[in-house]
Design a protein around this ligand. Structure first.
Ligand code: MV4
Length: 505
């Protein structure tokens, strides 16, 4: 077993990994940029080394400096976390070339799953369902028209060089195809310098459901169930849950088996996630891509299965067999994670960097906060604005939602704006509570929010009109008498509403 591990990351995930190492009595080495000199992960690690200036390209992406630090500190292994170099096959080759263990899959598995087209081909060969579509770029409008007609509308145009939804176009009928194709090609050329576009059958009301898999170096591959990740904003996950509200054991088994087939096909080692699109209409599911790293949202799987995924990563990297068999894995209860971003939900989620002047974390039963900040810490502009994520756990989804509501009442962050108020609205939303989630949830929620605000404003205006009319009536008909209590109550009630109205504008 390793005696010392270097964490090639920052923020909450670096802190999370350090905690697992501490529990395993493994020394930790942190690396940090100039902007992170006083960061929490630097304080928590046993040793910390500066590796460069604030921009990631001069620090957290500088694998030469990271490897140099690993050698200088005597770290026997490197944990990449997520993002940065976590899916960089060349980095893995450099690390292992120095006789240092990379805590994750092989570079070949990363390369195999790194490209959308190669990943799709592997899934097809493994017998895993993929979205009906062409993998080769369209050569003409005529070809696009013929292929779209063969799938039937709606279809989805996608940029071959794209990802994360960029360059995607939903086409409802043949009449819209030509313009949509030209728009998709020009956007792809502008965004990726490559105008190649392919077409797929569009999955209507898709859910994003992903399967956690785990493999060891002895050929064992298991799945740890699903995570519902449909609540996304601009293809960025916001709230994740385990299990999916679909909560269908047969669907979990089938998707889990498919995810394991993909892991086997690339001789996977370590923690990985296979993403699927699931139709909310008929629960058909389709392979999207595989992430060859630990994911931000891994805590909801840990809470429901009781397995510490980071501990398992370290054990597997050190050569141990998986500490569980597929049959030993069970799912109990329900977990929901909210990602706390330093963004202003009332200003189009613009980043809100600055000093955290107040931080009160939720505590008590069923609450877990994976944070990377502290009161007084600076949130900088250089890195992903997610400052922490908290997860709640309950025996049922309803209990977890009650706990999420309570935790949000306790959670306070001062000095910067965060997405907390946004979660406080979502947790009251009937569609969210009912588990009616698909990838269009946030767009629909924002519409509901707008109409709700309008109806609230209309109510306020009606109250103001009534107050003014009441005032006039009082002047003209002094003969009418109202008990003082009535008058006080009505004035107070109306006055209060007016105040709330005026406060809002
Ligand atoms: C789709 C789709 C519907 N049909 N493909 C968005 C980015 C990338 N992950 C794939 N995406 C989609 N591909 C077909 N054939 C709907 C989406 C999609 C989506 C998928 C997952 C999570 C959020 C999403 C938001 C919008 C669209």
């Amino acid at each position: 077993m390793f005696k010392k591990i270097l964490i090639a990351n920052r923020g909450e995930i670096a802190c999370r990994i350090i905690r697992a190492c501490r529990e395993m009595n493994i020394k930790t080495v942190a690396v940090y940029s100039d902007a992170d000199a006083r960061a929490l992960h630097v304080r928590m690690a046993d040793e910390a080394y500066p590796i460069g200036a604030a921009p990631s390209t001069e620090s957290y992406l500088r694998w030469d400096k990271i490897i140099e630090t690993a050698k200088k500190s005597g770290a026997e292994a490197v944990h990449p976390g997520y993002g940065f170099l976590s899916e960089n096959a060349e980095f893995v080759r450099q690390v292992t070339g120095e006789g240092i263990t990379f805590i994750g899959p092989s570079p070949d598995a990363m390369d195999a799953m790194g490209g959308k087209i190669s990943a799709r081909k592997i899934a097809i060969e493994a017998g895993v369902p993929v979205v009906p579509g062409t993998t080769e770029p369209l050569q003409s409008f005529e070809e696009a028209r013929a292929v779209a007609a063969s799938f039937g509308y709606p279809v989805m145009l996608k940029a071959s060089a794209g990802g994360g939804g960029k360059g995607m176009r939903l086409v409802e009928n043949e009449h819209d195809l030509k313009n949509a194709l030209e728009a998709a090609q020009s956007e792809a050329a502008a965004s990726f310098g490559d105008d190649a576009v392919y077409v797929e059958k569009a999955i209507v009301r898709p859910r994003h459901i992903e399967i956690q898999i785990f493999s060891d170096k002895h050929g064992n591959h298991v799945h740890l169930g699903e995570r519902e990740c449909s609540i996304q904003r601009r293809h960025q996950k916001v709230i994740e849950e385990c299990p999916s509200p679909l909560n269908d054991a047969e669907l979990r088994r089938k998707m889990g088996e498919c995810a394991v087939l993909v892991a086997k096909a690339v001789d996977y080692v370590g923690a990985g996630t296979v993403e699927f699109l699931v139709s909310d209409l008929d629960k058909s599911f389709y392979f999207l891509e595989m992430n060859t790293r630990l994911q931000v949202e891994h805590p909801v799987t840990e809470l429901v299965t009781g397995i510490d995924l980071v501990r398992e990563q370290i054990n597997v990297a050190a050569g141990a067999k998986l500490s569980f068999t597929q049959e030993e894995i069970s799912w109990d209860g329900h977990a929901i994670e909210c990602r706390v971003y330093a963004e202003d939900p009332d200003n189009n989620f613009l980043p809100s960097p600055g000093k955290i002047t107040r931080l009160r974390l939720p505590q008590g039963s069923g609450v877990r906060d994976d944070g990377g900040v502290y009161e007084g810490a600076e949130v900088s502009i250089y890195y992903d604005p997610m400052i922490s994520k908290f997860a709640v756990y309950g025996r049922t989804r309803a209990e977890a939602i009650d706990r999420m509501r309570r935790a949000l009442q306790e959670y306070e962050v001062g000095g910067i704006k965060t997405t907390l108020p946004f979660f406080r609205q979502i947790v009251e939303d009937a569609e969210f509570i009912a588990g009616n989630l698909d990838t269009g949830f946030i767009a629909a929620f924002n519409e509901r929010r707008k109409t709700h605000e309008i109806s609230e404003t209309e109510k306020d205006m009606a109250l103001i009109a009534a107050a003014l009319a009441f005032g006039d009536a009082q002047k003209t008909s002094s003969s009418e008498t109202k008990t003082s209590a009535d008058r006080r109550i009505s004035r107070w009630a109306i006055g209060g509403k007016i105040n709330s109205f005026s406060n809002r504008f």
